[in-house]
Every structure is written in structure tokens, then in C-alpha cells.
Design a protein around this ligand. Structure first.
Ligand SMILES: Cc1cn([C@H]2C[C@H](O)[C@@H](COP(=O)(O)OP(=O)(O)O[C@H]3O[C@H](C)C(=O)[C@H](O)[C@H]3O)O2)c(=O)[nH]c1=O
Length: 182
């Protein structure tokens, strides 16, 4: 597994070792021991999520407030997405900064974003399926969002024309109006 640092120290990109042969491929998509060694502390995932989206669907930017904050390990198993993590920890030197990476069934990359980050993605392929592990359970009453095109974050979303979003995501607050994370 290759680990790629990003401009935000806590956000990492993992590239698993792929074993290909005439039958196809095999790779370990997750190893608790390896992951803990890389992150430097024990990370306990309690929930797996799976979502499917059509081209142009943008989901996010979402996070959960403490005590239900979620770290996420995200991978794309069908198609391709532009996946984004935003640092929403007001005490962080990288507050308001973002990392974007193309995750795809082809590149098999994974994005790790710990608690304190908002998550969102834009679907680039006709259809895409995302699998992601979370370090806390879904808690709708603690679910929060930030508008996808917040001018202080300035995420450089790929230009695909009109995005498809849930009604909830069309009216998310600005970062500076959102509920404090830390
Ligand atoms: C997130 C979640 C949702 N749900 C139910 C609630 C709704 O009835 C339905 C769709 O939920 P929602 O529209 O919030 O799904 P997304 O817009 O994909 O939300 C996710 O999008 C961004 C990218 C994330 O990182 C989060 O995991 C999450 O916020 O699934 C559950 O039952 N459990 C869950 O963990």
C-alpha cells in the first residue's frame, strides 16, 4: 500500500498493492493493523456505507457534529468521482482548506479524512458507486452541511454543467454560518 500525503497533513491518499494475473486482480482493500500503523493511532470503523450516483450528482458537503463526528475512508468501486475533504476545525492552521482527488474503480485510490472534515463528491462517470467506512454511526440530528460552492473554500469542482443535488444540499449554509465543529 502506497501512502500519498496531501496539503492537509491529516488527509491521506492510499494506493493499495494490486495483484493481477490472467484471472483478474486481487488486493487487500483494508487492513486494520496497517491502517493504524500509518495513521499513528487506533482507528475504529463502525459502519460501512455504499452509495450510487449518476453523472453530475454532487453529494455534500456533509459532516456530523461531535460526539458523532465521523472519520471516513472512501473508495470508488464503479466509475469515477472527484472526492473532496474540507478542514472545518476552526482551531486548525488549515481551516477552510480543501483536498480533492479523483477516486475510481480504475485507480483504486482511497481517501482518508478524519473527524473534523466535511466530505463531498461529484460524480464524473455515467454512474459511480462509493464505499466508505465511518468511525461513528449515522446520527441525523448531528448531521450538518456546508454549501458546495462556498466562496471562502473555493473548491475547484470539475465543470460538468448543472449539478444534480438533493434539496437539502442546495440550501446548505456557508462555512462561516455553519455549526461550529471545534
Ligand atoms: C448518511 C446516511 C444516510 N442514511 C439515510 C438517510 C436518508 O434517508 C438516505 C440518504 O441520506 P443522504 O441524502 O444524507 O445521503 P448522502 O447525501 O449521500 O449523504 C452522505 O453524503 C456525504 C458524501 C457523506 O460523506 C455522508 O456519509 C453523508 O452525509 O440514507 C442512513 O440511513 N445512514 C447514513 O449513514
Amino acid at each position: 500500500m502506497n501512502v500519498i500525503k496531501t496539503k492537509i497533513p491529516e488527509v491521506l491518499i492510499f494506493e493499495p498493492k494490486i495483484f493481477g494475473d490472467e484471472r483478474g486482480f486481487f488486493f487487500e482493500s483494508f487492513s486494520q493493523k496497517y491502517f493504524n500503523d500509518i495513521i499513528g493511532y487506533p482507528v475504529n470503523f463502525v459502519q460501512d456505507n455504499h452509495s450510487q450516483s449518476s453523472k453530475g450528482v454532487l453529494r455534500g458537503l456533509h459532516y456530523q457534529l461531535p460526539p458523532y463526528a465521523q472519520g471516513k475512508l472512501v473508495r470508488c468501486v464503479v466509475g469515477e468521482v472527484f472526492d473532496v475533504a474540507v478542514d472545518i476545525r476552526r482551531s486548525s492552521p488549515t481551516f477552510g482548506q480543501w483536498v480533492g482527488v479523483n477516486l475510481s474503480a480504475e485507480n483504486k485510490k482511497q481517501l482518508w479524512l478524519p473527524e473534523g472534515f466535511a466530505h463531498g463528491f461529484l460524480t464524473l462517470s455515467e454512474t459511480a458507486e462509493l464505499l466508505y467506512k465511518t468511525t461513528n454511526y449515522y446520527a441525523p440530528q448531528y448531521d450538518r452541511g456546508i454549501i458546495w460552492n462556498d466562496e471562502t473554500i473555493k473548491i475547484e469542482w470539475p465543470q460538468l454543467g448543472d449539478f444534480i443535488m438533493s434539496n437539502k444540499d442546495l440550501i446548505q449554509p456557508l462555512l462561516n454560518e455553519s455549526d461550529d465543529f471545534l
